[in-house]
Write a protein that binds this ligand. Structure first.
Ligand code: BG6
Length: 484
């Protein structure tokens, strides 16, 4: 397969929080891989900015270690890493004060794409935006990239939007939800809108229900303090699962363009019905032998924050009326497995005898691991013995289908950063989208608080609390197994 890497325009990219965890784990290794693929031009410049005192050489050392640890691969060994580091610089900057801004400005060149990545807590967004303008680092062409969490609720998200809007136009703001950068998530749009096969069936008339599962095996150890204030609802549902739901449920946009796509996603969020309390199950993982419980990880023996959530949602519009969308996500579950399953209805009439069995078509879109799609179709069980039906998958693992020479899919972060440089906002959340998502989430969380609800304990390595199974059983349905 021929490589289709198209170099992006030369750029100056400033990463605030350049010494932080995200920068070291994701941003720099991602940029390095794009460099290796030939997507970054010679003039590209990446400037880490943070509080610590450090020079370029010290920072380059830190970044080299991070890349070796978090994903440089073979390219680190053959001199490519050194070549990459020549593009990396450092400036000590006081985000809340005046120190370092003039020096940082001196690092920027005119005539290049200019982007500022706020890889810092949201409490600094406003101060950074203001200083970028005051010290003349940013102009009307510059871009700013902001990370989640984008707010803690509707009020804080609104305040962040307002603080950014005082200095930048919406077309300059790139709100990251890294799920939108995942290869299969974009494939979802390709499958839905690039094929004639699925779209006519993609509605309540033919779809019985949809399941979206994002299961993780990791716990919250190490980030308990942040997580305990968020829980699965704020950490995963309000953003990542909501985005998946939007892409599954939205109407076809007129064009694959930022606002056309985001307008359709927004309509889905606004069409979401409030969720009834008995349609939500919250869970918290228990201790497992010597491994700590959620409460121990969170450092609060009485914490009522959920590390698991399952819920039944309804998109109230013509396309989806009566077809539930079940969401489920949690930590320390049986396997790391994320998938979307579209479960179609039974054939309207069976011509086969009762004992042939009844089967359903299920389209499964696997996000991770083993990205791919599987369409379950019903066939006759081979051999003699009459007409018995059997489900077999029309399986398509992308890795297998595209062959060993296929370009390795960029990780979500590297793809999204390159989109920032290209100036393409399609895979970024617009301010109104984020606010609409919080407007739907807030009353749910307030309800728990008002009722003093406590999450149900669940075993590490399980599929979550039993009540989550009941949520579907009550409807005569069943969750798909969580397996890697
Ligand atoms: C992050 C959440 O946004 O996404 C984490 O804060 C979660 O809690 C992570 O583990 C999952 O991302 P991925 O790409 O590993 O599925």
């Amino acid at each position: 397969m021929v490589s289709r890497v198209i170099p992006v325009d030369p750029f100056d990219l400033v990463i605030f929080g350049g010494t932080g965890d995200l920068a070291r784990r994701k941003i720099f290794p991602g940029l390095f891989r794009r460099f290796c693929s030939g997507q970054m031009q010679e003039e590209a410049r990446i400037i880490g900015a943070a509080r610590s005192e450090m020079d370029d050489a010290g920072f380059r050392e830190m970044i080299a270690d991070a890349i070796r640890e978090f994903g440089g691969g073979r390219a680190c060994e053959d001199g490519t890493l050194e070549a990459f580091l020549n593009h990396v610089f450092y400036e000590q900057v006081d985000a809340m004060g005046t120190g370092g801004w003039e020096a940082l400005k001196g690092r920027l060149r005119s005539g290049y794409v200019r982007a500022f990545y706020f890889s810092v807590g949201p409490s600094l967004f406003g101060a950074l935006a203001e200083r970028l303008r005051t010290f003349g680092l940013a102009d009307d062409e510059s871009r700013v990239v902001v990370e989640k969490p984008f707010g803690h609720d509707l009020a804080t998200a609104r305040a962040l939007n307002k603080a950014l809007a005082e200095h930048f136009d919406e077309t300059q703001i790139y709100r990251i939800d890294h799920y939108l950068g995942k290869e299969t998530v974009q494939n979802l749009m390709a499958v839905r809108f690039g094929n004639v096969l699925f779209e006519p069936l993609w509605n309540a008339q033919y779809v019985d229900h949809i399941q979206i599962t994002v299961a993780e095996t990791v716990g919250v150890g190490g980030r308990g303090e942040y997580y305990d204030k968020s829980g699965a609802m704020r950490d995963m549902v309000q953003n990542h699962l909501m985005q998946l739901l939007c892409l599954i449920a939205m109407e076809p946009p007129a064009r694959f363009e930022p606002d056309a796509v985001r307008d359709e996603k927004l309509k889905v969020i606004r069409a979401l019905e409030p969720v009834k309390p008995h349609h939500i199950v919250r869970g918290q993982y228990d201790a497992d032998g010597d491994a700590p419980s959620y409460r121990e990880d969170a450092g609060d023996t009485r914490s009522t924050t959920e590390s698991f959530i399952a819920m039944k949602c309804h998109v109230s519009n013509w396309r989806w009326a009566g077809t539930p969308i079940y969401l489920r996500t949690g930590k320390k579950l049986r396997a790391r497995a994320s998938e979307i399953a579209v479960v179609f209805k039974d054939a309207p009439h069976s011509i086969f005898p009762e004992d042939a069995g009844r089967h359903r078509n299920i389209l499964t879109i696997r996000l991770q691991p083993n990205e791919g799609m599987e369409l379950g179709v019903t066939i006759k069980e081979p051999g003699p013995g009459g007409m018995r039906l059997l489900d077999v998958p029309l399986d398509m693992s992308f890795a297998e289908a595209l062959g060993p020479d296929a370009e390795e899919a960029p990780d979500a972060y590297e793809r999204l950063i390159m989109d920032v440089i290209r100036g393409n906002q399609t895979l970024f959340m617009r301010g109104d989208e984020v606010e609409a998502a919080w407007a739907w989430t807030d009353p749910i969380i307030e309800g728990w608080q008002a009722r003093g609800e406590v999450p149900k304990p669940y075993d590490v390595g399980s599929s979550g609390p039993d009540d989550s199974l009941m949520l579907l059983h009550r409807d005569g349905r069943k969750w798909r197994d969580i397996r890697a």
